[in-house]
Design a protein around this ligand. Sequence first.
Ligand SMILES: Cc1cc2nc3c(=O)[nH]c(=O)nc-3n(C[C@H](O)[C@H](O)[C@H](O)COP(=O)(O)OP(=O)(O)OC[C@H]3O[C@@H](n4cnc5c(N)ncnc54)[C@H](O)[C@@H]3O)c2cc1C
Length: 209
Amino acid sequence: MIQKTQRTTTSRMPSRTQYDQELVYSILDEALFCTVSYSVDNQPFSIPTAFVRKENKLYIHGSVGSHFLRGIESGLPVCISVMLTDSLVVAKSAFHHSVNYRSVILFSNAVRHDAFEEKALFFQELTEKMVPNSWEYLRQMKASEVNKTMLLSFEISEASARMRTGMPNDDEEDKTLPIWSGIIPIPSKKLTPIADENSIGIELPKHLR
Ligand SMILES: Cc1cc2nc3c(=O)[nH]c(=O)nc-3n(C[C@H](O)[C@H](O)[C@H](O)COP(=O)(O)OP(=O)(O)OC[C@H]3O[C@@H](n4cnc5c(N)ncnc54)[C@H](O)[C@@H]3O)c2cc1C
């Protein structure tokens, strides 16, 4: 359940911000990466990383030796942001240029998961999110690989989704100016895979076509 709080309340154009669980989840499920921000001794850090959303939790992973993960595993407050950029908004004036986007910001605290099965399952879910239908095709994970991985989750409850859609909002008196305005879509799609030197002669598997 998403709860609106003082710190998830936007001051500018509040109608663009929503606290709808399904919207938050849909943005998180479409995005591949998030940025985790936290502060240690008044020094802010902001670290991009891959993630998976499962039910009301966002999971991240990394090496057990990671400075970043060790910094937040004890439950330090974090702020996590995710954004999808849909188009550039090109107005008739520089002032009204903008971006069509969908984004999520959430506040939470890490919970560490040490169970071997949980960590192994996370690898499967992350791999399937990045490259759907690839898990069965890959060599199986080694226990040592799971053991040297730290898994953290964050509850998704204090969160907000924000989006901008549509055309530029030019000033009324500018609308008749002979200056082009509109949007430039920013496609976000995976292109044709490129084989590395160890895959010459290996047929591209069906799930990658
Ligand atoms: C790709 C991209 C480009 C942007 N470019 C600009 C820009 O150039 N200039 C600009 O002013 N704004 C830009 N924004 C919007 C910006 O992220 C803020 O939403 C906006 O500035 C509103 O700020 P505020 O002062 O009202 O929010 P604040 O009062 O600072 O925010 C309070 C709370 O509202 C929620 N919130 C704020 N913004 C977001 C968000 N984007 N997504 C989800 N929750 C949010 C958070 O919980 C936050 O803690 C951009 C957003 C994206 C995704």
